[in-house]
Ligand binder design. Structure first.
Ligand code: DC
Length: 209
């Protein structure tokens, strides 16, 4: 079984994808991490993330980079969003994601274009979202808890900028697939959102569309 989980930044899609993977006993791939590795590697090489050739050169990053805590930084998310605009970068990362999705037994993948481009044949698709204000509130609380000195307004501005870039790009923009469940968790806590996601996938398994 292949489960596609897409959604904007700070929507909770990563947590939901991991919970689905644990529940259904499937491997999980956070595809944003691949774009984060490319963005970070571009910066390490003093390249320009807005330059397609610089970003493409960073696509052969070493796998060990995926464990680097710096990939989780908010600033790395911004770099990832910038390199992800380039079609050559998306092409370079495409096969790795497709192979992960199509492995025997299935998989869960989370990202922006899983249900639309990477695994359009997925058995269950979810589009996880929440209002920009709620996502910024959660991201701000999480950053403050880690000791990062940042204002709510700065986080909200970053959420809006990431949304605009991820939905506005020409190649594989962030988009809800027609057959994806819209899971708006603005008014839910994470456990309610996970329960709704599991219930949806179980229903899809019982009654494939
Ligand atoms: O999910 P994330 O915040 O770690 O993703 C970081 C950036 O990577 C996101 O702003 C856009 C890009 N991305 C993408 O273009 N396609 C994906 N499947 C996953 C992430």
């Amino acid at each position: 079984m292949i489960i596609a989980v897409d959604g904007p930044t700070a929507s909770g899609k990563g947590t939901i994808a991991r919970a689905l993977a644990a529940h259904f006993g499937l491997p999980v791939l956070d595809t944003g991490l691949l774009y984060r590795a490319v963005g970070y590697q571009t910066q390490l090489g003093h390249g320009d993330p807005d330059n397609a050739a610089d970003a493409l050169a960073a696509c052969d990053f070493p796998d060990t980079l995926l464990d680097d805590p710096a990939l989780r930084y908010e600033s790395t998310g911004g770099l990832a969003s910038r390199v992800s605009i380039h079609p050559a970068v998306r092409k370079a990362l495409f096969q790795r994601q497709v192979d992960f999705a199509n492995q025997p037994g299935g998989a869960v993948l989370d990202g922006r274009d899983i249900g639309t481009v990477i695994a359009p044949h997925a058995d269950a698709k979810l589009f996880v979202t929440a209002s920009p204000e709620e996502r910024a509130r959660r991201r701000h609380a999480e950053m403050r808890a880690r000791g990062v000195d940042v204002t709510y307004d700065a986080v909200l501005a970053d959420v809006h900028a990431r949304d605009a870039r991820d939905t506005g790009r020409a190649d594989a923009p962030l988009l809800r697939a027609d057959d994806a469940l819209l899971l708006d968790n603005s008014e839910m806590d994470i456990n309610e959102a996970i329960a709704a996601a599991i219930a949806f996938v179980e229903e899809r398994v019982r009654r494939p569309s």
